[in-house]
Design a protein around this ligand. Structure first.
Ligand code: SF4
Length: 231
């Protein structure tokens, strides 16, 4: 049974956001940005839905979670010693897509997107803390369909992930498009699992110069899962 978290506090680190958006403090742009932050504080309702689910079957490149089959050698490897996962979707909340921004103001649109990402950050951190305290989890890792290299866990398996959670649109207002992207765009889906090992999708992602890279590319791991995926 999926659980919804929809009473998530919204806390923005305005100073960091202004810096990240390269806005000059005390400028007109800074004033405009502060107004957007005020608007976001008024309307943002970040949310998350998750389901505790157990692994029923597995092979080198598949995992069956409560009747739903996922195909990914990296997922199977990460879950080799795991019996339980938490399937989840977290979002900045559809309310932030209903705001009226100044027409054709691309800068305001860009800033709003950054604020939406910060609201999603609130939802993700809250979900993480909730799972840690409710299920007494220690070290965890996550995987996300479509994150990094497309073949590692194909984005098409968003469909299976959503099917585990039920009516995600009805529960937290996140829709899956025909191309398996989520609306609102600042939403994240995946599985969280307890593990003693470190894992980041960046370890199996060959993208050069990614500003968000959090771990070095691991050529040996990449070759290992590529071989298993072929079998
Ligand atoms: S390197 Fe960049 S694109 Fe690749 S998984 Fe990491 S954050 Fe994502």
């Amino acid at each position: 049974m999926a659980e919804v978290l929809d009473n998530i506090p919204v806390e923005f680190d305005t100073e960091s956001l202004i810096k990240a958006c390269r806005i000059e403090p005390m400028s007109e742009d800074a004033d405009a940005f502060h107004k957007l932050i005020d608007k976001a504080r008024e309307i943002a309702r970040p949310k998350a839905v998750y389901r505790e689910a157990f692994i029923e079957d597995r092979s080198d490149n598949t995992v069956v979670v409560e009747g739903v089959k996922f195909t990914s050698a990296m997922l199977a490897k990460n879950l080799a010693d795991v019996e339980r996962v938490f399937a989840f979707v977290a979002t900045c909340g559809h309310e932030m897509d209903q705001v009226d921004l100044p027409v054709d103001d691309f800068l305001a649109e860009y800033w709003w997107d950054q604020i939406k990402a910060a609201a999603l950050g609130c939802a993700s951190a809250y979900l993480d803390e909730h799972l840690r305290s409710r299920f007494r989890l220690d070290k965890t890792a996550q995987m996300h369909p479509g994150s990094g290299e497309v073949e590692v866990w194909p984005i098409q398996q968003q469909k299976e992930l959503f099917s585990l959670l039920g009516d995600v649109r009805g529960l937290i207002g996140v829709e899956l498009t025909e191309s398996f992207l989520m609306v609102p765009n600042k939403s994240v889906s995946g599985v969280i699992f307890a593990t003693g090992k470190d894992f980041r999708s960046c370890q199996v992602c060959q993208r050069n110069n990614c500003p968000n890279r959090m771990a070095e590319f691991d050529e040996n791991l990449w070759r290992e899962i590529a071989k298993l995926d072929e079998e």
